[in-house]
Design a protein around this ligand. Structure first.
Ligand SMILES: Cc1cc2nc3c(=O)[nH]c(=O)nc-3n(C[C@H](O)[C@H](O)[C@H](O)COP(=O)(O)OP(=O)(O)OC[C@H]3O[C@@H](n4cnc5c(N)ncnc54)[C@H](O)[C@@H]3O)c2cc1C
Ligand code: SF4
Length: 577
């Protein structure tokens, strides 16, 4: 029998960027908010001196414990899915206070206007026939211009250090901080890109170029380019993360209580209203019920989708008929591609860096490419990132080098500081056959079904990946590399557990029609007006650049909707189509 806690105004599942933003905005308004976080508590002080590559990079010390809860994957409906059991093949997701936002790298992009109206803009520009059969492109029910103020708000909260992209549509304001310092690598990339008549710029970064106070009065320190950034918490308080920003803001109001080791298992509800959540204290095994007027799921794509399915809220997606919405439009960056360059006559100082210290260009993005001549939709953004080499993980040698012995040692020494890569992220667009549901065979540590992913690549995915590698090789050549090696994409290249990344979206997508979407553009469930599902689970398509800027924007918009909902005593906030 679960212990019933005192009712609060709002209960939020998760304490990452999405949950943290909602917590800050609602507790500032005076609402009593409880946050439930399955992982342990952690603070900036816990990261002091923790530059332990073995613990954090190799053994994934900040990621979720896959022996307790994981996800299963398969390619097609006819196969049995298997659980992911190792973070080293694929680090699924963060856990603990602050979620993945603590050990993220900090690359903070906006997405393209096209992304929010992918269906309409494709049809308008190329005609309906350009959309391959089975691709389930859908508009979000909100435009870039409508979302722009929320991007601006998130960038100011996170103190993004950036340089204007010459090819992006206008911003309402400048970045709150100047770009990070350049390095030999970023300079060489920019020089080569300029020579090729592209438009390079410095990557927008949530690693601070200077000390900064955000609009909530939170101070984020200046980055010291320590190199132990992505996969690590920042002990300098120099990476914008939920702990040093939004969670701190929420806690200062006195209206926010964060309970750790609280694993939420169900959304409690009657026919059309959520009444609270059920959770287990993972340290004692005790079960609790937390009643609330408003329930917010902010546990990231996988947890949000799974909790809706477990709680039987919304109609599960059926890939055969296309009916239903929960689990639909699984998208993301499925696999990171790249090109490596090895230099004989140049040496770089690669052991200094920061998670999002880099240079990139938008010349190959969806709005710059003419898809009439191309065998794919959308685009990509090649970039160099000097995140800082680490002693165990970085040992770049050309591909034909033996993996042990004298030659391996010789080349390891020679190429130290003489090699780096161009990284490429390709957004995988939605298909009817890529979706999430509950696994009939595998359960978590308390016996609930795991989330199952069914996903396979199409020609579109392989064609864009091949094209992006070829174009990136040309840039690497212009940079003067003596040996150039790129990811090999063959007709057999296929989605598998290693290609699933922490940039995964969908499952409770946003739209203007309850028949085809789970939430409206305030992240409010169409079917349950006091349940908001916030984060990448609401993205109905994916873009070429990183997702968290959009997670932040969508979360600020959702928080605004929640306040409106609570003040106006309920109601669906957006007219149904
Ligand atoms: C190593 C790494 C580097 C990254 N770098 C970048 C980058 O440079 N740029 C970028 O844009 N993105 C990056 N990302 C992705 C980014 O971290 C995520 O987009 C972002 O953190 C998502 O925020 P969120 O709040 O939606 O989810 P999360 O940060 O995952 O937070 C969700 C929280 O919910 C909790 N939770 C889940 N289920 C339950 C449950 N049942 N009960 C209670 N609590 C639960 C989790 O423990 C977690 O703390 C990176 C990710 C990783 C792993
Ligand atoms: S590189 Fe900068 S932001 Fe990243 S962990 Fe080090 S000091 Fe912090």
């Amino acid at each position: 029998m679960a212990t019933e806690m005192d009712k609060v105004d709002v209960v939020i599942v998760g304490s990452g960027w999405a949950g943290g933003i909602v917590a800050a905005e609602l507790s500032k308004e005076g609402y009593r908010v409880v946050g439930l976080e399955r992982g342990k508590d952690q603070k900036m002080e816990d990261f002091i001196g923790a530059k332990d590559e073995l613990r954090y990079s190799s053994r994934h010390g900040m990621f979720q414990d896959l022996t307790k809860e994981t996800i299963t994957t398969r390619n097609t409906e006819n196969e049995d899915a298997l659980p992911i059991r190792s973070n080293s093949t694929n680090s699924i997701n963060g856990t603990d206070t602050g979620g993945s936002g603590v050990h993220w790298d900090g690359a903070t992009y906006r997405w393209w206007p096209y992304d929010f109206e992918a269906y309409s803009k494709t049809v308008e520009q190329y005609g309906e026939d350009k959309i391959p059969e089975g691709m389930t492109l859908q508009d979000w029910g909100i435009t870039y211009n409508e979302l722009e103020p929320y991007y601006d708000k998130f960038e100011k909260t996170a103190g993004v250090s950036g340089e204007e992209d010459p090819l992006r549509p206008g911003r309402s304001d400048e970045y709150p901080n100047p770009p990070m310092r350049g390095s030999q690598v970023t300079s060489l990339f920019k020089q080569a890109a300029n020579e090729l008549n592209y438009h390079p710029y410095h990557m927008p970064s949530a690693n601070m170029s200077q000390q900064y106070e955000n609009p909530d009065g939170e101070t984020i320190n200046a980055c010291v380019y320590c190199s132990f950034c992505g996969m690590y918490g920042c002990d300098f308080g120099a990476k914008a993360d939920p702990i040093v920003t939004v969670l701190s803001t929420a806690q200062k109001t006195g209206n926010y209580e964060l309970r750790n080791n609280a694993y939420v298992t169900r959304v409690l509800h009657n026919e059309d209203k959520a009444t609270g959540v059920l959770y287990v204290d993972t340290q004692t095994g005790e079960e609790y019920e937390q009643p609330a007027d408003l329930v917010v799921l902010a546990g990231f794509t996988f947890a949000n989708t799974r909790l809706l399915l477990l709680s039987e809220i919304g109609e599960p997606y059926n890939p055969d008929t296309g009916d239903g919405v929960i689990g639909k439009n699984l998208t993301g960056h499925f696999g990171f591609y790249g090109v490596s360059g090895f230099f004989n006559d140049k040496k770089f100082n690669l052991y200094a860096g920061a998670g999002a210290l880099g240079a990139t260009l938008s010349d190959f993005t969806v709005e710059q490419l003419d898809h009439n001549e191309l065998d794919f939709l959308h685009g990509f953004e090649p970039r160099v990132v000097q995140s800082g080499s680490t002693p165990i993980g970085s040992n770049g040698v050309p591909g034909d080098t033996p993996t042990w012995g004298e030659e391996f040692k010789e080349k390891s020494l020679y190429y130290t500081n003489r090699n780096f890569g161009i990284n490429i992220q390709v957004g995988n667009l939605p298909w009817a056959h890529n979706y999430m549901d509950l696994d009939p065979n595998y359960t978590d540590f308390i016996g609930d079904p795991l989330l199952r992913i069914t996903c396979s690549f199409s020609d579109q995915d392989r064609n864009i990946a091949r094209y992006s590698v070829e174009k990136s090789k040309e840039i690497m050549e212009q940079m003067g590399a003596d040996i150039i090696e790129g990811s090999e994409i063959t007709d057999e290249t296929e989605f598998n557990e290693t290609t699933l990344t922490s940039h995964t979206a969908g499952g409770a997508i946003m739209g203007d029609d309850p028949q085809t979407s789970a939430v409206n553009n305030y992240s409010q469930m169409w079917d349950m007006e006091n349940l908001f599902v916030v984060g990448a689970s609401s993205f109905s398509t994916f873009s070429s650049s990183n997702p968290t800027g959009t997670v932040g924007a969508v979360a600020y918009r959702a928080a605004e909707g929640m306040i409106k909902f609570l003040k106006e005593d309920g109601g669906i906030l957006v007219e149904k189509n």
